[in-house]
Ligand binder design. Structure first.
Ligand code: FES
Length: 240
């Protein structure tokens, strides 16, 4: 018989403002290889169908199931209960708009951030559906891929202290997004254009290098070193 997990879950539905936020405790028997996502599925299927939480892929790819697990931003589908004590506390990610219980709206934030930083290949070329794919070296493709592995789960944003002090800060995910297009030769923006986007206190100069983004990224993207490299490139560009 496995451990008995005591799972405390934040409950609140903004559509029912008369019911105050509360913490509800559930007891779940642990099974081999269990993840926090499986705990939540068990609760919803067997104990409480009203519990709200998000998931799509169950494979650490879609970023939907991010939440605070014992105070740290993590993906529920990637977090094994065997690595946690038997008391597990689940809270929604801070910073993002609460939909209900453990479900937050990261999509609107990422869309807003992407529109703010122009997070797509900016080119004046007409789209030609018959054109062949543009070639690039393997090394460059790998460099862009490294910057493009973000799954937009929001863990870096939720863990960022700067974010809680400066609500308009674009965060590691935003800076990484710009760095990705700066590195892509198909993007026709020049260094000044990129500096205009990020050379502010709400951009790369707002980061206080507290490293939480790096600690909490479930895809283990080396965010701090990526941000430092990009900041150095931008500062050099501004001196030209
Ligand atoms: S369900 Fe997709 S990342 Fe967890």
């Amino acid at each position: 018989m496995g451990r008995e997990l005591k799972v405390s879950v934040f409950r609140y539905n903004p559509n029912e403002p008369k019911v105050k936020p509360r913490v509800q405790e559930y007891h779940v028997e642990e099974i081999d290889g269990m993840t926090v996502f499986q705990v939540l599925t068990y609760i919803r299927e067997r104990l409480d169908p009203s519990l709200l939480f998000d998931f799509v892929c169950r494979a650490a790819i879609c970023g939907s199931c991010a939440m605070l697990i014992n105070g740290k931003p993590k993906l529920a589908c990637k977090t094994q209960t065997s690595l946690l004590p038997n008391k597990i506390q689940l809270m929604p990610l801070p910073v993002f708009k609460l939909i209900g219980d453990l479900s937050v709206d990261t999509g609107s934030w990422f869309r807003m951030m992407s529109e703010k930083v122009g997070g797509w290949v900016n080119t004046k070329k007409e789209f030609d559906k018959n054109a062949l794919e543009e070639k690039m070296s393997n090394d460059l493709a790998q460099e862009i891929y490294e910057l493009d592995r973000c799954i937009e789960c929001g863990c870096c944003i939720a863990g960022c202290t700067t974010m809680s002090l400066k609500p308009n800060f674009i965060g590691a995910a935003g800076i990484l997004r710009v760095a990705r297009f700066y590195t892509d030769p198909r993007d026709e923006r020049n260094e000044k254009d990129f500096y205009d986007i990020l050379g502010t206190e709400e951009g790369m100069f707002g980061c206080m290098s507290l490293l939480a983004c790096d600690d909490f990224c479930p895809k283990e993207i080396p965010l701090m070193s990526q941000l430092a490299t990009f900041r150095r490139k931008m500062v050099l560009a501004s001196l030209k």
